[in-house]
Design a protein. Structure first.
Length: 314
Protein backbone atom coordinates (compact mmCIF):
# COMPACT_ATOMS: atom_id res chain seq x y z
CA UNK A 1 0.00 0.00 0.00
CA UNK A 2 1.21 3.51 -0.83
CA UNK A 3 1.78 6.08 1.90
CA UNK A 4 1.44 9.85 1.73
CA UNK A 5 2.67 12.43 4.24
CA UNK A 6 0.84 15.75 4.24
CA UNK A 7 2.30 18.76 6.03
CA UNK A 8 -0.63 20.97 6.92
CA UNK A 9 -2.91 17.97 6.54
CA UNK A 10 -5.42 19.32 9.08
CA UNK A 11 -5.73 22.63 7.25
CA UNK A 12 -8.63 23.82 5.16
CA UNK A 13 -7.52 22.08 1.95
CA UNK A 14 -5.34 19.52 3.69
CA UNK A 15 -8.10 17.76 5.60
CA UNK A 16 -10.20 17.29 2.45
CA UNK A 17 -7.18 16.02 0.53
CA UNK A 18 -6.21 13.66 3.37
CA UNK A 19 -9.69 12.10 3.20
CA UNK A 20 -9.41 11.66 -0.57
CA UNK A 21 -6.16 9.77 -0.12
CA UNK A 22 -7.78 7.57 2.54
CA UNK A 23 -10.77 6.93 0.29
CA UNK A 24 -8.36 5.77 -2.42
CA UNK A 25 -6.63 3.26 -0.17
CA UNK A 26 -3.53 5.21 0.84
CA UNK A 27 -1.95 5.20 4.28
CA UNK A 28 -2.05 8.81 5.48
CA UNK A 29 0.40 10.57 7.79
CA UNK A 30 -0.22 14.19 8.80
CA UNK A 31 2.11 16.82 10.25
CA UNK A 32 0.21 19.86 11.53
CA UNK A 33 0.66 22.29 14.40
CA UNK A 34 -3.07 23.16 14.47
CA UNK A 35 -2.35 26.89 14.83
CA UNK A 36 -4.60 29.82 13.92
CA UNK A 37 -1.59 32.09 13.25
CA UNK A 38 -3.58 34.52 15.42
CA UNK A 39 -6.12 35.07 12.64
CA UNK A 40 -9.25 34.39 14.67
CA UNK A 41 -10.62 33.31 18.03
CA UNK A 42 -9.04 30.08 19.42
CA UNK A 43 -12.32 28.38 20.38
CA UNK A 44 -13.69 28.85 16.87
CA UNK A 45 -10.46 27.44 15.44
CA UNK A 46 -10.65 24.45 17.78
CA UNK A 47 -14.16 23.71 16.54
CA UNK A 48 -12.96 23.89 12.93
CA UNK A 49 -10.07 21.50 13.64
CA UNK A 50 -12.49 19.10 15.35
CA UNK A 51 -14.71 19.18 12.25
CA UNK A 52 -11.71 18.55 10.00
CA UNK A 53 -10.60 15.51 12.03
CA UNK A 54 -13.92 13.75 11.44
CA UNK A 55 -13.16 11.04 8.91
CA UNK A 56 -9.43 11.06 9.65
CA UNK A 57 -9.54 8.41 12.38
CA UNK A 58 -7.34 6.11 10.30
CA UNK A 59 -4.70 8.77 9.70
CA UNK A 60 -1.56 9.07 11.83
CA UNK A 61 -1.27 12.64 13.09
CA UNK A 62 1.85 14.38 14.42
CA UNK A 63 1.27 17.69 16.21
CA UNK A 64 4.45 19.35 15.01
CA UNK A 65 5.75 22.69 13.71
CA UNK A 66 7.06 22.27 10.17
CA UNK A 67 10.04 24.55 10.82
CA UNK A 68 11.40 22.25 13.55
CA UNK A 69 13.40 20.54 10.85
CA UNK A 70 15.14 17.87 12.92
CA UNK A 71 11.82 16.56 14.24
CA UNK A 72 10.30 16.62 10.77
CA UNK A 73 13.26 14.75 9.32
CA UNK A 74 12.89 12.05 11.94
CA UNK A 75 9.18 11.67 11.09
CA UNK A 76 9.96 11.33 7.38
CA UNK A 77 12.75 8.83 8.10
CA UNK A 78 10.49 6.74 10.32
CA UNK A 79 7.39 6.85 8.11
CA UNK A 80 9.09 6.48 4.70
CA UNK A 81 6.23 7.91 2.62
CA UNK A 82 6.07 7.42 -1.13
CA UNK A 83 4.69 10.92 -1.62
CA UNK A 84 4.95 14.14 0.39
CA UNK A 85 2.40 16.92 -0.12
CA UNK A 86 3.44 20.23 1.40
CA UNK A 87 0.45 22.39 2.35
CA UNK A 88 2.07 24.08 5.38
CA UNK A 89 1.33 27.72 4.81
CA UNK A 90 -0.03 31.04 6.03
CA UNK A 91 -3.86 30.84 5.95
CA UNK A 92 -4.19 34.19 4.14
CA UNK A 93 -1.73 36.46 2.35
CA UNK A 94 -2.17 39.25 4.89
CA UNK A 95 -0.66 37.13 7.68
CA UNK A 96 2.65 37.09 5.79
CA UNK A 97 2.61 40.90 5.84
CA UNK A 98 1.82 41.03 9.57
CA UNK A 99 4.13 38.16 10.59
CA UNK A 100 6.87 37.97 7.93
CA UNK A 101 9.42 36.10 10.07
CA UNK A 102 6.90 33.40 11.00
CA UNK A 103 5.82 33.25 7.36
CA UNK A 104 9.44 32.75 6.27
CA UNK A 105 10.01 30.07 8.91
CA UNK A 106 6.98 28.11 7.71
CA UNK A 107 7.08 28.71 3.96
CA UNK A 108 10.86 28.61 3.40
CA UNK A 109 12.71 27.05 6.36
CA UNK A 110 10.00 24.43 6.83
CA UNK A 111 9.88 23.69 3.11
CA UNK A 112 13.66 23.25 2.87
CA UNK A 113 13.67 20.96 5.90
CA UNK A 114 10.94 18.83 4.36
CA UNK A 115 12.71 18.71 0.99
CA UNK A 116 16.00 17.76 2.63
CA UNK A 117 14.29 14.97 4.54
CA UNK A 118 12.71 13.73 1.30
CA UNK A 119 15.93 13.14 -0.64
CA UNK A 120 16.53 9.42 -1.05
CA UNK A 121 13.27 8.57 0.75
CA UNK A 122 10.22 9.65 -1.24
CA UNK A 123 9.27 9.09 -4.87
CA UNK A 124 7.77 12.55 -5.37
CA UNK A 125 7.40 15.87 -3.57
CA UNK A 126 4.31 17.96 -4.31
CA UNK A 127 4.39 21.61 -3.27
CA UNK A 128 1.15 23.57 -3.04
CA UNK A 129 1.93 27.09 -4.18
CA UNK A 130 -0.52 29.89 -5.07
CA UNK A 131 -1.89 31.92 -7.97
CA UNK A 132 -0.43 34.94 -6.13
CA UNK A 133 2.94 34.05 -7.68
CA UNK A 134 1.87 35.62 -10.98
CA UNK A 135 1.38 39.13 -9.66
CA UNK A 136 -0.81 41.00 -12.13
CA UNK A 137 -2.41 38.59 -14.59
CA UNK A 138 -1.04 39.54 -18.02
CA UNK A 139 -3.32 37.26 -20.05
CA UNK A 140 -6.92 36.11 -19.72
CA UNK A 141 -6.81 33.35 -18.73
CA UNK A 142 -3.34 33.23 -17.23
CA UNK A 143 -1.23 30.18 -18.13
CA UNK A 144 1.48 28.45 -16.13
CA UNK A 145 4.39 29.82 -18.15
CA UNK A 146 3.62 33.48 -17.43
CA UNK A 147 6.64 35.15 -15.83
CA UNK A 148 6.06 35.37 -12.08
CA UNK A 149 6.18 38.91 -10.73
CA UNK A 150 4.48 38.92 -7.31
CA UNK A 151 3.86 42.23 -5.57
CA UNK A 152 3.65 41.29 -1.90
CA UNK A 153 5.43 39.13 0.68
CA UNK A 154 3.21 36.07 0.42
CA UNK A 155 3.55 35.77 -3.35
CA UNK A 156 7.30 36.32 -3.21
CA UNK A 157 7.71 33.60 -0.59
CA UNK A 158 5.66 31.26 -2.79
CA UNK A 159 7.85 32.00 -5.82
CA UNK A 160 10.95 31.36 -3.73
CA UNK A 161 9.45 28.07 -2.59
CA UNK A 162 8.77 26.96 -6.16
CA UNK A 163 12.34 27.75 -7.19
CA UNK A 164 13.77 25.86 -4.23
CA UNK A 165 11.65 22.81 -5.09
CA UNK A 166 12.91 22.85 -8.69
CA UNK A 167 16.48 23.28 -7.43
CA UNK A 168 16.15 20.07 -5.39
CA UNK A 169 15.09 18.27 -8.56
CA UNK A 170 18.20 19.52 -10.38
CA UNK A 171 20.57 18.87 -7.48
CA UNK A 172 19.19 15.60 -6.11
CA UNK A 173 16.87 14.16 -8.76
CA UNK A 174 13.89 14.57 -6.44
CA UNK A 175 10.76 14.30 -8.60
CA UNK A 176 8.38 17.18 -7.93
CA UNK A 177 4.99 18.64 -8.79
CA UNK A 178 3.84 22.21 -8.16
CA UNK A 179 0.18 23.21 -7.88
CA UNK A 180 -1.20 26.77 -7.97
CA UNK A 181 -4.74 27.05 -6.55
CA UNK A 182 -6.86 30.21 -6.45
CA UNK A 183 -9.52 31.74 -4.18
CA UNK A 184 -10.48 28.53 -2.42
CA UNK A 185 -13.69 28.52 -0.36
CA UNK A 186 -15.94 26.07 1.47
CA UNK A 187 -16.63 24.46 4.86
CA UNK A 188 -14.16 25.09 7.72
CA UNK A 189 -12.27 27.75 5.76
CA UNK A 190 -10.56 30.69 7.39
CA UNK A 191 -12.89 33.40 8.63
CA UNK A 192 -10.88 36.00 6.68
CA UNK A 193 -11.62 34.38 3.29
CA UNK A 194 -13.74 36.71 1.21
CA UNK A 195 -16.66 34.33 0.59
CA UNK A 196 -16.70 33.24 4.23
CA UNK A 197 -16.84 36.89 5.33
CA UNK A 198 -19.56 37.71 2.79
CA UNK A 199 -21.74 34.76 3.81
CA UNK A 200 -21.35 35.44 7.54
CA UNK A 201 -22.33 39.08 7.07
CA UNK A 202 -25.28 38.22 4.84
CA UNK A 203 -26.64 35.70 7.33
CA UNK A 204 -26.63 38.23 10.13
CA UNK A 205 -28.00 41.08 8.00
CA UNK A 206 -24.77 43.03 8.04
CA UNK A 207 -22.71 44.74 5.37
CA UNK A 208 -19.88 43.76 3.04
CA UNK A 209 -17.16 45.78 1.34
CA UNK A 210 -16.13 45.11 -2.24
CA UNK A 211 -12.65 46.45 -2.96
CA UNK A 212 -13.02 47.52 -6.57
CA UNK A 213 -16.22 47.12 -8.57
CA UNK A 214 -14.43 45.23 -11.34
CA UNK A 215 -12.59 42.76 -9.10
CA UNK A 216 -12.91 39.20 -10.37
CA UNK A 217 -11.41 35.99 -8.98
CA UNK A 218 -11.26 32.35 -10.01
CA UNK A 219 -13.26 31.09 -7.01
CA UNK A 220 -12.70 27.37 -6.50
CA UNK A 221 -14.57 25.03 -4.16
CA UNK A 222 -12.32 23.16 -1.77
CA UNK A 223 -13.21 19.66 -3.02
CA UNK A 224 -12.17 20.61 -6.55
CA UNK A 225 -8.79 21.86 -5.39
CA UNK A 226 -8.22 18.78 -3.25
CA UNK A 227 -9.08 16.47 -6.14
CA UNK A 228 -6.81 18.37 -8.51
CA UNK A 229 -3.92 18.07 -6.06
CA UNK A 230 -4.61 14.34 -5.69
CA UNK A 231 -4.46 13.86 -9.46
CA UNK A 232 -1.31 15.97 -9.78
CA UNK A 233 0.46 13.97 -7.08
CA UNK A 234 -0.58 10.49 -8.14
CA UNK A 235 -0.48 10.56 -11.95
CA UNK A 236 2.83 9.99 -13.69
CA UNK A 237 1.99 12.82 -16.10
CA UNK A 238 2.30 15.22 -13.16
CA UNK A 239 6.00 14.55 -12.67
CA UNK A 240 8.14 17.70 -12.72
CA UNK A 241 5.22 19.82 -13.91
CA UNK A 242 3.42 22.93 -12.66
CA UNK A 243 -0.38 23.16 -12.77
CA UNK A 244 -3.09 25.74 -12.19
CA UNK A 245 -5.78 23.91 -10.20
CA UNK A 246 -8.85 26.15 -10.10
CA UNK A 247 -12.43 26.37 -11.28
CA UNK A 248 -11.17 27.91 -14.52
CA UNK A 249 -13.85 30.60 -14.50
CA UNK A 250 -13.48 34.15 -13.19
CA UNK A 251 -16.43 35.66 -11.32
CA UNK A 252 -16.91 39.15 -9.97
CA UNK A 253 -17.26 39.99 -6.30
CA UNK A 254 -20.38 41.90 -7.34
CA UNK A 255 -21.79 38.63 -8.74
CA UNK A 256 -21.25 36.98 -5.35
CA UNK A 257 -22.96 39.93 -3.68
CA UNK A 258 -25.93 39.73 -6.08
CA UNK A 259 -26.48 36.06 -5.23
CA UNK A 260 -26.33 36.78 -1.51
CA UNK A 261 -28.71 39.72 -1.89
CA UNK A 262 -31.28 37.36 -3.41
CA UNK A 263 -31.07 35.25 -0.26
CA UNK A 264 -30.72 38.10 2.21
CA UNK A 265 -32.20 41.34 0.77
CA UNK A 266 -31.24 43.29 3.91
CA UNK A 267 -27.53 42.82 3.14
CA UNK A 268 -25.74 46.13 2.56
CA UNK A 269 -23.07 46.21 -0.15
CA UNK A 270 -20.39 48.93 -0.09
CA UNK A 271 -18.07 49.53 -3.04
CA UNK A 272 -14.62 50.84 -2.09
CA UNK A 273 -11.34 51.43 -3.92
CA UNK A 274 -9.24 48.39 -4.90
CA UNK A 275 -6.74 47.12 -2.34
CA UNK A 276 -3.35 48.14 -3.73
CA UNK A 277 -1.64 45.35 -1.74
CA UNK A 278 -3.09 42.73 -4.06
CA UNK A 279 -2.37 42.25 -7.78
CA UNK A 280 -4.93 42.40 -10.58
CA UNK A 281 -6.24 38.87 -10.88
CA UNK A 282 -8.83 36.96 -12.89
CA UNK A 283 -9.18 33.59 -14.57
CA UNK A 284 -6.55 30.85 -14.64
CA UNK A 285 -6.22 28.38 -17.49
CA UNK A 286 -6.73 24.76 -16.44
CA UNK A 287 -6.14 23.40 -19.96
CA UNK A 288 -2.80 21.85 -18.98
CA UNK A 289 -4.30 20.10 -15.92
CA UNK A 290 -7.19 18.85 -18.05
CA UNK A 291 -4.91 17.54 -20.80
CA UNK A 292 -2.28 15.84 -18.63
CA UNK A 293 -4.29 14.90 -15.54
CA UNK A 294 -7.89 14.71 -16.71
CA UNK A 295 -8.79 17.40 -14.18
CA UNK A 296 -12.15 19.17 -14.48
CA UNK A 297 -13.82 21.45 -11.99
CA UNK A 298 -17.07 19.97 -10.70
CA UNK A 299 -18.51 22.82 -8.63
CA UNK A 300 -19.42 26.20 -10.15
CA UNK A 301 -19.90 29.27 -7.97
CA UNK A 302 -23.69 29.07 -7.59
CA UNK A 303 -23.58 25.44 -6.41
CA UNK A 304 -20.58 26.10 -4.20
CA UNK A 305 -22.26 29.01 -2.47
CA UNK A 306 -25.37 26.91 -1.86
CA UNK A 307 -23.33 24.05 -0.40
CA UNK A 308 -21.29 26.36 1.81
CA UNK A 309 -24.38 28.29 2.89
CA UNK A 310 -26.12 25.07 3.92
CA UNK A 311 -23.04 24.06 5.93
CA UNK A 312 -22.95 27.37 7.80
CA UNK A 313 -26.66 27.23 8.58
CA UNK A 314 -26.24 23.76 10.08
Amino acid sequence: MSKVLLSGGLGFIGNVLSKEFLDNGWDVVIIDNETTYNTYEPKLHASKVAQRKIGLEQAKIYNQDIFEVDCVKQIVTDEKPNLIVNLANMPIAGVAVEQPILASDTMIRGLIGLLDASVGVVDRFLNVSSSMVYGDFLTDPVVEDQVCNPQEIYGNLKVAGERIVRAYTKLHGLEHTIVRPSACYGPSGNEAFVITKFLREAMKGGSININGVGTKLDFTYVTDIAHGIFLAGTKQQGANETFNITCGNKRGLTEVADILKEWYPELTVNITDPNTLYPKRGQLSIKKANTLLGYESQVQLEEGLEKFHAFLKD
